[in-house]
Design a binder for this molecule. Sequence first.
Ligand code: ATP
Ligand code: MG
Length: 410
Amino acid sequence: MNDLPRPELILVRYGELALKGKNRSAFERKLVENMSAATAAIAPVRYERSRGRITAALKRPEEQADAPATLQRIARRLQEVPGLSSVSVCIGVPKDPAVISAVVNAELAERLEFERGPVTFRVSSRRADKAFELTSVELDRYVAERIPPELWDKLEAKLKGAELEIGIEVRPERAFVYLGRHAGIGGLPVGSLGRAVCLLSGGIDSPVAAYYAMKRGCRTDLLSFLSPPYIGASTRAKLIDLARSIARFQPRTRLYLAPFAEIQEAIRDLCPAPYRTILYRRFMQRIGSKVAKRNRGRALVTGESIGQVASQTLENIACIEAASALPVLRPLIGFDKTETTDVARRIGTLELSNRPEPDCCTVFMPDSPMIFGKLEDCLAAEEALDIQGLLMRSLKGIEVIEFEAGQERA
Ligand code: ATP
Ligand code: MG
């Protein structure tokens, strides 16, 4: 191994509260599987699990033109994998306290160059190599005592809640030094809690809702409705871009595009105009339930939030949900629009959602949509419709597009 200190290893931490007993191993395996999928397109990575830690290293660093930069890219990509709480990029050093301390000081000098301080810090060593000459407490002290005076002026030791963690991991083969942690998105590994289907419109909310379902461990496929010839290719392109953008949070994502025009025409022609939007949504729930069940999906996900738009009253939500054969999850139920918008910006969907393309629900919009819908009125209105035939033809016309998570954020 090369003895020049440089980034060699990524230390991965994950939330441990949900992890007891045998769940833990399944959780770790799923997490490693998802991390591998996420970084596959960057470089071959070796993941190792040991003692509640996962580490990632390049398989053949010598084949990378710039291995340290590649490792940094991998770390940034890992920060987007649900289930992971933080990562640290570690510098590899020989297992010699004097060398470890020198590397810490060099790294600290760089980090503090433009700081006026004081920055609170702590040294936290871990020793996997019990044969190492110092215990972890001794190593903490050894390193802290050798921080040069000019750096001490900008530092203040603090054991709990320090701003800067100087981490040292002594492993049998080598020691690793890192400064600080980069937060991941938390949550649970996608796939550890089953599957769901999110109804994806072109709006701001539903991509965020899908993201939250993924973050809580559900593999989340996406279902959108298109109404050609009323709504054209540009809406389709927007939905595909949105799907691709959130697809990076899980290994594989399916986008289902279901034809919806015939259903909308039938509702327009045969049902009371104020109920159109509610009836459209009821068909979306039916199609969503069928699509989900075909793939062992156990829930639908929507971007609904109470009272956000006139149609999202408790009455209308009840009318819509009654058509679903599965539980409907609404991760944004208590969010203000500004909160959702902030998350959309953070996960990179806001700009895509803001692209002004028509949504199929705007087709045949009535002048005064029903705000407090009644289920019995929905059922009465639907008597005029050939529900099974409409459903069957839409399901038959579904187009499926698959995405892999290998890509980095554009
Ligand atoms: P969004 O920002 O996600 O469009 P919204 O605040 O505009 O949500 P609605 O238009 O009432 O709210 O839609 C509520 C939910 O119904 C959406 O979040 C989405 O899950 C689903 N939905 C609405 N229109 C469509 C569509 N054309 N295709 C798929 N799902 C849809
Ligand atoms: Mg919408």
